[in-house]
Ligand binder design. Structure first.
Ligand code: NAD
Length: 460
């Protein structure tokens, strides 16, 4: 084990997880090299620019600059590394199983550059049970002189949320490590010591929450750690789908889902978090991870009806937004609809599996004229959603002007704080569909539709 507390770390993959991890570990005092095969990202990072939007990350990057290096060359980072953390993507294949191609490629490149001393290869990407053992075999097959090399493979699933990645990385509820190697676990205890003991000065803008308990250090087998990540995400997706299912019944029996979840969540066995009704879950993880778990079940001829129902409820929930619009506007052909928010949640530009995509696609199929706004995701959408021909607005007010309806898709604070009096006054028809249940009193002649609530305001 290296004598100094500061370790040399290589982080493979500089996406949402890899970047947050690299910058956080450098802030804690480790020397970190971020490796990515995407040279555009590496060039940007070398210039001190971030390829993604994540609040606070730019400041922490600059504060930790002296301990951060960026490269596309494995040979420049792996031989020196005490710990190698793999954070490459695991996107879904059409059959729901994750595509493990990037994991395999990264493992081969790591293997070819191992130094023969004890190194720990950590997998932070979300991968099906058994992947850690498979990666070990790839290392065995590809390391130049296997017998001279010593290494441990550890699963260390990541639980950060985009939009609050720094907070989640610095103040995690738990650190989960799965491995058969005690030596590997001990090196990671050293890597995370400052986090575990909360022995660091919180960076500006990311304060330590009052009364924070130290993170739990959870050690398990490799397989259990891999399962923990999927089971955690599946449970959170389930909680949202449950709230949405109850919301549908609330609308029918004239109860109010906001009052209901408030009442349920105070039960400490249940809790408020993720018990929220809305346009359905989205983002890079929930759809892919629920699909992966169901697909693993299918491999073992094991049905997962609860999880399947959560997925079905979510699909239905996304259709609900357009049905609500049709209830008021009837034919959508030629109607101008403003969509506020593209990303699946505020404070991120990640568009993967965003409910706004399905909503805009359906609106366009029905002949609506769609105009969109998002505070940070417009450029990303230009790249990733070039198949959708909506109009872009330079501000929320511009989007709303002349619209027959507004759909609030993402609960950005900016939309919450709009001067709604002014905004609805500029509309052709005053109809607001708030898919996040965040708007309160709108001008009295506005129809405000929310999810799982009796009509909040009626047309006069
Ligand atoms: P991402 O797509 O943002 O980033 C992946 C990065 O890996 C890309 O920059 C890509 O260029 C790079 N890459 C691919 N192959 C490579 C290779 N062979 N060598 C070096 N770099 C390579 O993905 P992400 O959102 O950061 O997710 C990464 C993993 O973490 C996934 O398994 C995901 O499920 C999991 N995860 C994501 C989140 C999240 O909120 N995004 C949270 C927890 C866990």
């Amino acid at each position: 084990m290296p004598n100094t507390e500061s370790l040399n770390v290589a982080v493979v993959g500089t996406g949402y997880v890899g970047l947050g991890t690299a910058v956080m570990l450098a802030y804690l005092g480790h020397h970190v090299t971020g490796i990515d095969i995407d040279e555009r990202k590496i060039e940007m990072l070398r210039r001190g620019e971030l390829p993604i939007y994540e609040p606070g990350l730019a400041d922490l990057l600059h504060a930790s600059e002296s301990r951060l290096t960026w490269t596309s060359d494995y040979a420049a980072a792996i031989p020196e590394a005490d710990v190698i953390i793999v954070c490459v993507g695991t996107p879904p294949l059409p059959n729901g199983h994750p595509n493990l191609r990037y994991i395999a490629e990264a493992a081969r490149s790591v293997a070819q550059n191992l130094n023969g001393k004890f190194q720990v290869i950590v997998n932070k990407s979300t991968v099906p049970v058994g992947t850690g053992d498979w990666v070990t075999r790839i290392l065995e097959d590809n390391a130049p002189d296997y017998h001279a090399n010593r290494y441990a493979v550890v699963s260390n699933p990541e639980f950060l949320r985009e939009g609050t990645a720094l907070h989640d990385s610095l103040y995690p509820d738990r650190i989960v490590l799965g491995s058969a190697s005690q030596e590997g676990i001990e090196r990671l205890r050293q890597l995370y010591r400052r986090l575990l003991e909360q022995d660091f000065t919180p960076p500006e803008g990311v304060p330590r929450p009052a009364g924070l308990a130290r993170p739990q250090f959870v050690t398990t087998s490799l397989n259990s750690a891999e399962m923990i990540k999927y089971a955690a995400n599946a449970f959170l997706a389930l909680k949202i789908s449950f709230a949405n299912e109850i919301a549908g019944l609330c609308e029918r029996v004239d109860a109010d889902i906001e009052e209901v979840v408030h009442g349920i969540g105070h039960d400490q066995r249940i809790g408020h978090r993720f018990l929220v009704a809305g346009a359905g879950w989205g983002g890079s993880c929930f759809a892919k991870d629920t699909a992966a778990l169901i697909s693993t079940g299918a491999e073992y001829d094991y049905d997962m009806p609860i999880l399947q129902a959560a997925v079905d409820v979510n699909r239905h929930q996304r259709q609900l937004v357009v049905s609500k619009l049709q209830r008021h506007l009837h034919r959508l052909q030629g109607k101008r609809v403003a969509v506020l928010g593209l990303a699946f949640k505020p404070n991120t530009d990640d568009l993967r599996d965003a409910p706004a995509h399905d909503c805009i696609t359906r609106l366009m199929e029905l002949g609506a004229q769609v105009v969109v706004h998002d505070p940070v995701a417009m450029e990303q959408a230009r790249r990733e959603w070039s198949h959708l021909s909506y109009q872009e607005a330079s501000s929320a007010y511009d989007a709303v002007r002349g619209a027959d309806a507004v759909i609030l898709m993402t609960e950005w604070q900016e939309y919450h704080d709009l001067d709604w009096e002014q905004a609805v006054a500029s509309m052709r028809r005053r109809l607001v569909i708030d898919t996040r249940n965040v708007l309160r009193q709108l001008p009295s002649d506005t129809v405000l539709e929310q999810i799982g609530r009796r009509r909040v305001q009626e047309t006069h």
